[in-house]
Design a protein around this ligand. Sequence first.
Ligand code: NAD
Length: 352
Amino acid sequence: MDKFTYVAMPTRVVFGAGAVAQLAAEVQRLGAKRALLISTPGRAHMVRAIARGLQVAGIFDQAVMHTPIKAVEAARDMASSVEADCCIAIGGGSTIGFGKAIALSSSLPVVVVPTTYSGSEMTTIWGISEGGAKKTGRDPKVLPKAVIYDPQLTLDLPAGVSAASGMNAIAHCCEALYAHDGNPLVSLIAEEGIRALAAALPIIAQAPRDLEARTSALYGSWLAGLSISTTGNALHHKLCHVLGGFGLPHAETHSIVLPHAMAYNAAAAPEAMRRIARALGIKAGTETAPTGLWQLEQRLGLPMKLADIGMKEADLERAARIAVQAPYPNPRKVEYEGVLELLHNAYEGRKP
Ligand code: NAD
């Protein structure tokens, strides 16, 4: 076995249908008495219902995608004006991003109730958009102190959002399997994450209120978040970050790029591909990890072409140039021609 370093992140996890009933107890464990709740405008009613029985100092219900600095400043101002002693973020990666942004400047403890499969709640990664670019970093201060996974809260997550978000989570697992700083424990977690999500997502696409499938998908997304909490991202995440700068939606971009990024890396990461294929339930000699992911996405009814989610063909070369500047460590050397070909394939939605 190769040498490795393993670091565990100290987040407390409470999981299960109805687990959100323990939110007040989790806040109490932190000794907090003045919680600031965070949500998007669309989820505000759900958050208010969950907050009954909590000691709430204020509600910031203006969370939006990509944590723009102006909105972050408004949230930070509110946290200090109501003298909050903890933040509770209830929602997807966008909402969680606001909790992290407040923690980054204040060290306030954050409790998260995730309602998508982004996995953000398990990581120390923060992101804030300013002047058309998203700055990201890692800081232990932003890691949630407690995470409550309650699949009942995900029953109304629309099928399309669930599928794209679930593929975002599978992408975390795939890159963790060949991360330059990976380790055997993370690989076990990542493979199990793919297995749980790949089994649950097709059921959710047909029956979004199936609690068993929702439970399995949320379990998979926890594992996905865990798998990137201590490993570095590679070409796939780099490309999606670059494409986000062109205004493309986060989860759908991950979903479309994933099979093509895996095809780019396949020959350089055979063990990761074998494990991805096994987790997808692919029989030997039929499909490969990249084609299996592509077929899963087709089955989920996801958009398959960057062209269909707002990418302009004329921008592909610029995106490839940005992606090869300061690349993340990657199993296969990151080179302009290959990356441009990958982007063309993703733009046109070809089978990898
Ligand atoms: P999102 O948070 O924007 O949510 C997607 C949509 O789902 C929104 O319209 C939201 O209102 C809706 N929604 C959420 N929960 C719902 C529910 N229970 N019922 C009905 N609708 C619901 O999307 P996302 O994909 O979760 O997060 C994307 C953001 O997260 C991006 O900004 C990305 O950069 C960030 N992210 C960060 C990390 C990290 O480690 N820091 C990891 C992954 C993603």
